[in-house]
Design a protein around this ligand. Structure first.
Ligand code: BGC
Length: 845
């Protein structure tokens, strides 16, 4: 093997491709690629690097930099302008002077950086088209045009585009790109992302037609529970588009959205996220009607760093069932999020209807729609007098495993349908497996729940009248999310605002709003991107100093109602916050943790004064917590699994003023009590959102790893494996979303696709398989903790430095560990110390 590693082509910021980038000085990263046998040269550390940048039409310039950094290094070249392109490659040199080969080139193309780059305006229908009394009917906005020169004289053509709503764009009838539900969901008035497409190949000489269909989406559609609200961001669908063409002679030509466009209705007469889509083929395209400009300022426009929402997989039904009442039901064998395509041509009488109703589970051999609450989750096709050759929805999505099909002529076959799995097209990067097939299925179900709930922004659930960016959910799940997928560029936590501002009384919430500090910190520890902390620092401070409502003792004001350890299995089905653990204790424990994290963040950012202030404050709050909730011997006021897990994981027991043996004595009492509680509950879980993310870590941290495994492997309800034994393919919202007798839990909140309780996967990755990080994978913490009946486990992670792999197995009386650590990063404990572990623990490197 060569003694230098192979370098990947550089990447730009967190952008999936570098095309249409919104940065003029993008930070660059490169990874180290293992040779074909999966090996890296030993102990290769970077000492310096060279970057070669060639802006289009200029000569290459090489920038040598003495630095060990290979992730998000500063752009060394001149500042890029809107539309500018450049190719970039790099090579690195080790501490011993060995150079890598030059990496392959990557291309960057900057999008439109300034509002003044846009020459057009937002346009919408001059007269509103209602679908129903309340919802807006989707519209098509269109403009025909002639290219001023022959298409073969084209050098390049770019379409910059966004919508108020969700859109699908076509040029000369051909769909542009593969994105669906663009531009996704952001807090549109503050941040409206646009997309850039290369449309060079789609233009023709002579006549061309650019047409864009726009529907309500998140912008104007009904959002929220209890009937929800419409038009949260606006009540007019809109489009902003700019087609820019460059010919070979460098002449340019532009077409922008303006009042010369026309609009019409289409056969999609209604399209909503919660209720579904109706195609009425009797209603052919409507008369062309005028458009008007919409008064929307362009300063919220920004190029997106996040990958688009796409169809990432197609699935056939695994079987077609008859319900108890004789209905046709498609079973896809997997609870998934996306839409349905009918592959077969259908010709029914004009006016007849085909109805498709979506559900996650069956109850009494019928689709269970009650958990969907106010969401109808129904698509309809109304036939005209023409053949419908194939059909699929455009602007809606459903969370489903089952589809009830009413009105199908005859008996369908599985080949008539395809489920289109949709989500933000993030790059998968983390995998886990072990010798227990049920645990593997549990992990797989967690991955599916992440896929289904990352449609644009991370949401609580994908099916009922909610699908909102609940902060508590992502706060507990973020460490898992950043491991499984490159989920860094997903936009922030914007959508709860629509609840608090609109119809709930504003009320600060521990755990949920603590995401303001903890989730950027998790993103930072997974990526080492200090920019995130810089960007979020003002809102972190605002939350800590102004948001948290405090009592006289500086702790949470006890009058604030807290969600607490939400969905503790002991809470009544209709009162999910009424768990066993005092919700004020939960809030106060988080307060200490958040304040301490704030001290760490301030110190990373070099704000020493703040760091000292928060560190002192955290110590004071810890003492306050102990005065309020901890007995001198180490018992907690809330004698629960969640209480002790919080106290152990958040270092709330013991006092810096005491000596170690005194601290250890109280810590041991707390640890032993947690163990007792686990045994008393007969290894059943009795934690909600908060405790579930922590309990295995707490047990392992206190040398009770076997108890953690015993809980992990428990199959009776409530436990992680119980849903798997009931056929779950995604993580359930409740431990008993489906009761052992097959009935759906009577509580109003009963989703079958909620990632929060899947937070246990961080323990699977970090302790069962044994890899985790605190510094963006520069240091791989290697700490596999074998246990239970597992005989092997492994995790693979395609991280910022390259491939990390940790696999262990028990072979006879030997513990065999195989570890791959990429160049320019290191293992902790160091590889050398791992290798010297004495029998029965041996390692293979
Ligand atoms: C959501 C949860 C969320 C909770 C907070 C629920 O309706 O589905 O996941 O965190 O509300 O109140």
């Amino acid at each position: 093997m060569s003694d230098a590693p192979i370098l990947s082509a550089p990447t730009f910021e967190h952008h999936p491709t570098g095309f249409g980038l919104g940065h003029s000085r993008p930070r660059l990263s490169w990874r180290f690629i293992p040779s074909s046998d999966g090996q890296y040269p030993k102990d290769w550390q970077q000492a310096s690097y060279e970057l070669e940048i060639t802006p289009l039409g200029s000569t290459p310039e090489v920038f040598p930099v003495k630095s060990a950094e290979s992730v998000l290094v500063p752009w060394p070249g001149k500042t890029l302008q809107s539309r500018e392109t450049a190719s970039v490659r790099g090579r690195a040199c080790s501490t011993t002077g060995t150079y890598t080969d030059w990496s392959p080139f990557s291309q960057v193309e900057v999008g439109l950086l300034q509002p003044t780059d846009w020459t057009g305006e937002f346009i919408g229908a001059a007269k509103k088209f209602q679908a129903t009394r309340e919802s807006l009917r989707p519209i098509r906005l269109q403009r025909g045009f002639d290219l001023p020169k022959k298409a073969r004289a084209l050098l390049k053509a770019r379409l910059y585009i966004t919508a108020l709503g969700v859109y699908e764009a076509r040029l000369n009838g051909v769909c542009i790109g593969q994105d669906v539900l663009a531009p996704g969901w952001t807090s549109y008035h503050h941040r409206l992302v646009y997309q850039t497409y290369d449309v060079t190949q789609l233009l023709s000489s002579g006549n061309n037609v650019l047409s864009v269909e726009v529907a309500e989406g998140w912008y104007a559609g009904r959002l929220g529970f209890g009937g929800g609200r419409r038009y949260i961001y606006g009540d007019e669908l809109g489009l902003l588009a700019q087609l820019e063409v460059t010919f070979e002679d460098n002449e340019t030509w532009k077409l922008s959205s303006d009042t010369s466009w026309l609009c019409q209705t289409t056969s999609i007469v209604q399209s909503e996220f919660y209720d579904g889509e109706t195609h009425d083929f009797r209603a052919t395209d409507g008369e062309w009607a005028p458009v008007k400009t919409l008064n929307v300022p362009l300063n919220a426009l920004t190029a997106t760093d996040a990958p688009p929402i796409r169809v990432t997989e197609e699935m056939m039904p695994t079987q077609i069932l008859r319900s108890a009442s004789g209905k046709i039901i498609l079973d896809f064998g997997q609870n998934l999020v996306g839409s349905l395509r009918i592959n077969t041509a259908l010709h029914l009488h004009a006016g007849s209807q085909l109805t498709l109703m979506y559900a996650e589970v069956l109850e009494n051999a019928e689709i269970a729609t009650r958990p969907l609450r106010h969401a109808k989750c129904t698509d309809r096709i109304v036939f005209g007098d023409k053949l419908v050759t194939s059909w699929q929805t455009k602007f809606t999505f459903h969370g489903f495993r089952y589809v009830q099909v009413d009105g199908w002529p005859g008996i369908p076959t599985v080949h008539d349908f395809t489920a289109l799995v949709m989500h933000t097209d993030m790059k998968r990067r983390g995998w886990f497996s072990c010798s227990d097939s049920l645990v593997n299925k549990l992990h797989e179900s967690i991955v599916w729940s992440m896929r289904g709930n990352f449609v644009g922004i991370p949401t609580d659930c994908p099916q009922r009248d909610e699908r909102l960016g609940w902060t508590g959910d992502i706060q507990v799940f973020a460490p898992v999310a950043t491991f499984l997928y490159d989920s860094h560029g997903i936009p922030g936590l914007v959508v709860s605002e629509i609840l608090w501002d609109q119809w709930c009384k504003p009320s600060p919430q521990a755990v949920w709003h603590d995401a303001a500090v903890l989730t950027p910190w998790d993103a930072y520890t997974a990526s080492s991107d200090v920019e995130i902390l810089h960007r979020q620092y003002p809102s972190m401070k605002a939350w800590i100093t102004k948001g948290i409502r405090r009592g006289d003792d500086g702790m949470w004001d006890g009058n604030v109602w807290q969600l607490g350890d939400w969905l503790d299995p002991n809470a009544p089905p209709e009162d999910a916050g009424n768990g066993r653990t005092n919700s004020l204790l939960v809030a106060d424990a988080y307060l200490v943790h958040v304040t301490r994290t704030m001290a760490q963040i301030s110190s990373v950012l070099g704000y020493q004064e703040d760091a000292t202030f928060y560190e002192n404050d955290a110590q004071m709050l810890k003492r306050g917590f102990q005065d309020k909730y901890l007995t001198p011997s180490g018992l907690l006021a809330s004698d629960t699994q969640t209480g002790y897990s919080l106290a152990i994981c958040m270092d709330l027991i013991g006092d810096d003023a005491n000596d170690d043996s005194a601290n250890m004595a109280v810590q041991n009492v707390a640890a032993a009590r947690l163990g007792d509680l686990v045994r008393t509950s007969k290894f059943h879980i009795s934690t909600g959102f908060v405790g579930t993310a922590l309990i295995c870590h707490a047990l392992a941290q206190t040398d009770q790893t076997q108890l953690a495994y015993r809980m992990l492997l428990e199959k009776h309800c409530p436990s992680w494996l119980y849903p798997i034994t009931m056929g779950a393919t995604t993580t359930w919202e409740r431990w008993d979303s489906m009761l052992p007798n097959g009935e759906v839990n009577g509580g109003a909140m009963t989703s079958f696709n909620h990632y929060a309780l899947g937070a246990v996967a961080s323990w699977l990755h970090g302790s069962v398989a044994g890899i985790s990080t605190e510094d963006g994978w520069k240091t791989v913490m290697v700490a596999p903790k074998p246990g239970g009946s597992l005989t092997s486990a492994e995790a693979t992670f395609e991280g910022p430095y390259g491939l990390v792999k940790c696999a262990w197995s028990l072979e006879g009386n030997q513990f065999v560990l195989t570890l791959t650590i990429p160049p320019n990063s290191k293992a902790n404990p160091p590889l050398s110390s791992l290798i010297s572990v004495s029998s029965p623990y041996t390692t293979r490197n």
